[in-house]
Structure formats: structure tokens, C-alpha cells
Write a protein that binds this ligand. Structure first.
Ligand SMILES: Cc1cc2nc3c(=O)[nH]c(=O)nc-3n(C[C@H](O)[C@H](O)[C@H](O)COP(=O)(O)OP(=O)(O)OC[C@H]3O[C@@H](n4cnc5c(N)ncnc54)[C@H](O)[C@@H]3O)c2cc1C
Length: 550
């Protein structure tokens, strides 16, 4: 582990557990059986591919392939996320064991592994998960070379020219439809003899997480968390914005949803049935829609992970890219306590609430004028819940890369006053400011020298001066955004770019099919992020003024 960056540095020892060739004789004859290739939907309940396989085939072979791509030092996955994955696999193995089977493991290039199974007569199915870059190429190669069929009952709209036509109705009917279930008694569960185990992989790749406060992986732990959160859901609205309150007051289900330990639909239906009717319930359900909304975006345009969605914005910060500024942002040494506390919290725990993620993304790109992609990759590496569909689309949105509503910039000083008024979060993560009086935490550099002397903190020595001056930096980016906004808008009116951006259409189908009990969430169905960058609660979103957003 590199102490400076918190990133993995060890060499890859993956060959210890094989490189994709299954031992001859270890592969059972397919005889018309079906492999369920688990990637990120790590559960057996409400699983489209497993349900399909168990209905159409007599023999099912559940499989997970440890892919060295994700274990390399540039694999953009911190050890804590890998551990979360491994815990989730162990739980999934337990779910299969409960019905007399097991989760089978292989290690190597999935295309090599699946080709061998295909050659032995197995059909292969997997869930259709929105992805980009390597995952996109892998899935296409698996379809072409191994005839993998992707099963897609996940609420997203596919195969339609305009996926946003009737979108909210489609998602709502998916949410409220019955779970998918499979009859384990009907099928025989096959096993694959390999030396690959979670423990062998952990040892081979020296998995050694250093992050703290990471929730445990797996369906069992996720259901426990869901139950606890449901009982406390009335506190949710008051917990969303302040990072200290969010740590315990939001659901903390994001990593479990990202790895599919629970389906988004299971969470929806559990909350719908068990949570008391209150604002917290409707706000939370809205966020489950946003989960689908951002997944729809990546499904519509896999390029979100690599290029600015609005081509006019592609090189927007290329001339101002500065490795020192980027390094200060990553390390939490910018001189803005709320940004620094957030960036250090991200690295130490792998989680931040929405508002702090958005503020840090905006700070990097708007105020420091740095390119969005290295920042999004940094988030992706450290987040336990790193979801390709949400992280890259959100980062681009917060960085102004969509080309709409670029003029709203987070004010990191105001965030201290609004969301950490007692300095709890800042003191936890920026201990060098511990003894500074609370009233100076939004602008430590303005602390009178005699106060600095009294409390033993020297700004400029113990804690940096602001890396940029807020007002000047804000004005600079506003001028630059204003100068490019017409071109950005014109680009967005091009049908291809509009399709890529996959913006929601506020109000389009709201209420058309609303069942009475869902009226509340339908009222705030459109995620604010397409149209409004800083975000708190939905009700605030609808009535917010410019000043209270920043
Ligand atoms: C720059 C940036 C990057 C982000 N990257 C990710 C990511 O990689 N993975 C991820 O799950 N979320 C991401 N988010 C969204 C949001 O910050 C997290 O979903 C949330 O903080 C997770 O905590 P929670 O489960 O307690 O959320 P809760 O408030 O309890 O929400 C419940 C679930 O709703 C979904 N959700 C909540 N807010 C959003 C949102 N704004 N957009 C889409 N879905 C949402 C998530 O699945 C979440 O788990 C990102 C936001 C920003 C601004």
C-alpha cells in the first residue's frame, strides 16, 4: 500500500491460482446444462439469469470468475472493495449451499474460462449489467466468442430508440412486479472442481484492506441493515446533507446494491411494505429511482466512463491541468476544511454522503479547473460502492460536463456553516484544526494571529492556506462556462448527443399510472442532478433559491 496515495502497490501473484485454464477432466459435461455467470448480481433471489436458467434447463452451474484485471495495481479497486466482494461471494456460496449446491470459482480471463465450458457443451447466461470500457469489451467478447446470453429484467429500458419514452412507468411497473424466483428442487446444481477459493485469491493477491468502518458484504448483512434502516426511516430526511449525520442516518446500502447482494426491487418492496408512511419513505424511494435513472444513462451510453458526454466539454480543463492541484485534492490538503475532511474520509472509509461527493467533484473541476476523469477514477478506486453507472455520470454532471446548469458552484465555506456547524466532521478528519475555535473552521486562514497562537495552530504551517481564492476561482469558472454555454447547448440539441446524455424528462409521465400509495415519490421522480447540481432534499430542490443551494 502506498502511504501517500492509499493505492495498492504489490505485484500481481495471480498465477498462483491458475490463469484461466481449467484442469482437464475438471469440467463436467454440459449435456444441455446452463452456466449462470455471476458478475455483480451476487444473490439468488430476484436474479434474472438464475431464474431463466432454472426454468429452461435441468442442470445449472453457478460460477464466479476472479478476473485478474480487477486485481492489478491499476485495476481501480481498493482492497476494501475487493474484500466486500469476497464477503458477498461467501454469502452467495452459502445461499447455494442451503439448497444443496455451491458457488463455483475459476480464476483468469473470463473469455478463456467460458470458452472451455462452452466447448464442453454448456450454455452460458448472465445478467445484463450496464457497464463501460473494459467491462463493455469483455461482455461483448463473451457474447461473440462464448455465445453468452444476457438476461435483462432489471427495470431498465432496452432495445427502444428512445429509452426515455414512458421510462418512469416502465421502472415503476418493474419495481411493483413480483420478485423473480427459481425452483431449486427442479434443477440439479452442478459443481466444478478447481483449486480456486476466496482464501486462495486473497492470499495470491495480498488483499489487505486498510479502510475502517466498511459495512460487511453479503445478502445477510444487507438485509439486517435494511431492517434497521426501515425502523429509523423517519430520521432520513434530516440525515442526508450533513456528513456526520449521514454516516448513520442514510441507508448505507449502496455497496450492497452495487454488488447486487439485494436487488433494488427487493429494497423497494421491503420499504414499501414495512416502512411507516412518512417523508423519509418517499425520499428514499425516489433515490431508488435515481439508482435506475443513472444505470439507464450508462446503458444508453457506455462512453460516460471515458469521454465527456457533451463533446464541447471534452478538453475544457486540458490547459489548466496541474498535477500539484490534483495531488492536493486527493490528499485533502487544499486549505478548504470541508473538502479536506471529505477527501480524507473517502480514502479512510471508502464512503461519503451525496452532498460531500458532489462538493468535492465540483471543487476539483470548477474551482481547481482540473479534468474530471482522473477525479472520477480516484473516487472509483476508493469507494466501496463504486458503481460504474452512478459514479461517472454523477461526476461528469457535478463537473459541468453535460453542458447544462453549469453556473451553480458549491461554496465549500458555506457547506461548513450549513452541514458541519459544530465542526464534528472536520475535527474528526482534519485533526490539525482540532483546537481552532469553531467559528473559524469555514475560513481558517482568516483566524486572527493571536487566536492561532492561543490555540497552537499556525495556518500556513500546520494547515495549508487555501489553494485558490474562492471568489476569484468562482468568477473565473463562471466566465469560462458562460463563454462556452451556447456551444454546449447547441451540441446538446444534436440528437446523438441528447441521446447520450439521456436526460430525464421532468414530469413527463408523472401521475399517469400512479397508484395512490406511490404518489409521493412520483412527485419527485426526476433526479435533481440533471438540472440542479447542488442537492439536498427533494422538497428543497423544488423550492430552492440559488443562494441556499450554494
Ligand atoms: C460524484 C458522485 C459519485 C457517486 N458515486 C456513486 C457510486 O459510485 N455508487 C453509488 O451507489 N452512488 C454514488 N453516488 C450517489 C450517492 O452519493 C450514493 O448513492 C449515496 O451516498 C450512498 O449512500 P446510501 O446508500 O446511504 O444512500 P441513501 O441515501 O440511503 O440512498 C439509497 C440508495 O439510493 C441510490 N442513490 C442515492 N442517491 C443517489 C444519487 N444521487 N444518484 C443515484 N443513486 C442514488 C443508491 O443506490 C443508494 O444506495 C455518487 C454521487 C456523486 C455526487
Amino acid at each position: 500500500m502506498d502511504a501517500e496515495t492509499g493505492q495498492r502497490t504489490h505485484t500481481d501473484h495471480g498465477s498462483v491460482v491458475g490463469t484461466g485454464r481449467l484442469a482437464s477432466g475438471s469440467i463436467p459435461a454440459g449435456d444441455g446444462g446452463c452456466v449462470v455467470w455471476h458478475r455483480r448480481q451476487l444473490r439468488t433471489r430476484d436474479h434474472p439469469a438464475l431464474t431463466y436458467a432454472a426454468r429452461e434447463y435441468d442442470t445449472v452451474l453457478p460460477l464466479f470468475v476472479f478476473d485478474p484485471q480487477f486485481y492489478r495495481t491499476d485495476g481501480l479497486a481498493c482492497d476494501a472493495r475487493i474484500r466486500f466482494l469476497h464477503e458477498s461471494l461467501a454469502d452467495l456460496d452459502g445461499q447455494y449451499a442451503a439448497v444443496g449446491g455451491q458457488l463455483n470459482y475459476a480464476h483468469g480471463d473470463p473469455i478463456d474460462v467460458l470458452s472451455q465450458l462452452r466447448a464442453a457443451g454448456w450454455t452460458v447466461v448472465a445478467t445484463a449489467d450496464p457497464t463501460g470500457r473494459y467491462g463493455w469489451q469483455r461482455d461483448n467478447a463473451a457474447a461473440e466468442q462464448c455465445d453468452v446470453t444476457y438476461i435483462d429484467a432489471d427495470g431498465l429500458v432496452r432495445g427502444q430508440k428512445d429509452t426515455r419514452e414512458g421510462w418512469s412507468d416502465a421502472v415503476e411497473s418493474w419495481f411493483t412486479d413480483e420478485f423473480l424466483s427459481w425452483d431449486a428442487e427442479r434443477v440439479s446444481l452442478a459443481t466444478l472442481e478447481t483449486p480456486v477459493t476466496v482464501e486462495a485469491i486473497e492470499a495470491a493477491y495480498d488483499i489487505d484492506p486498510t479502510k475502517t468502518d466498511v459495512p460487511p458484504g453479503g445478502t445477510t448483512a444487507a438485509r439486517d441493515r435494511l431492517r434497521l434502516f426501515t425502523d429509523a426511516i423517519s430520521h432520513y430526511p434530516g440525515s442526508i446533507s450533513a456528513p456526520s449525520a449521514a454516516k448513520t442516518g442514510t441507508s448505507r446500502l449502496s455497496a450492497s446494491l452495487r454488488f447486487g447482494c439485494l436487488s433494488v426491487r427487493e429494497v423497494y418492496q421491503y420499504i414499501d411494505t414495512h416502512a411507516a408512511d412518512c417523508r423519509g419513505k418517499s425520499m428514499f424511494i425516489s433515490r431508488l429511482y435515481w439508482n435506475r435513472h443513472y444505470n439507464q444513462k450508462l446503458e444508453d451510453y457506455p462512453g460516460w466512463m471515458e469521454t465527456a458526454v457533451n463533446p464541447v466539454m471534452e478538453d475544457f480543463h486540458a490547459d489548466t491541468a496541474d498535477p500539484e492541484r490534483f495531488a492536493a485534492w486527493k490528499a485533502g490538503r487544499t486549505g478548504y476544511p470541508m473538502v479536506d475532511a471529505s477527501m480524507r474520509c473517502l480514502r479512510a472509509t471508502g464512503w461519503l454522503n451525496f452532498r460531500m461527493r458532489a462538493m468535492c467533484a465540483s471543487f476539483l473541476c470548477d474551482l481547481l479547473e482540473q479534468p474530471w476523469k482522473p477525479g472520477a477514477d480516484w473516487f472509483y478506486y476508493h469507494l466501496i460502492d463504486a458503481d460504474p453507472a452512478i459514479n461517472y455520470t454523477q461526476f461528469q454532471t457535478q463537473a459541468g460536463m453535460v453542458g447544462v446548469n453549469m453556473l451553480r458552484i458549491y461554496n465549500p465555506r458555506k457547506q461548513v456553516r450549513d452541514n458541519d456547524p459544530d465542526g464534528e466532521f472536520i475535527r474528526q478528519w482534519v485533526p490539525e484544526l482540532d483546537s481552532l475555535p469553531t467559528e473559524h473552521l469555514d475560513r481558517p486562514e482568516k483566524t486572527p494571529l493571536h487566536v492561532q497562537a492561543d490555540c497552537g495552530v499556525e495556518i500556513g504551517e500546520d494547515y495549508p492556506y487555501p489553494i485558490v481564492e474562492y471568489e476569484a476561482a468562482r468568477q473565473r469558472i463562471l466566465d469560462r462556462f458562460t463563454a462556452i454555454s451556447d456551444a454546449a447547448e447547441r451540441a446538446l440539441s444534436h440528437p446523438e448527443v441528447a441521446r447520450r446524455a439521456s436526460l430525464s424528462r421532468r414530469g413527463r409521465s408523472i401521475g399517469r399510472t400512479a397508484r395512490a400509495s406511490h404518489a409521493a415519490h412520483l412527485d419527485d421522480l426526476s433526479p435533481p442532478d440533471d438540472n440542479s447540481r447542488p442537492q439536498t432534499t427533494l422538497s428543497r430542490f423544488h423550492s430552492a433559491t440559488e443562494s441556499d443551494k450554494n
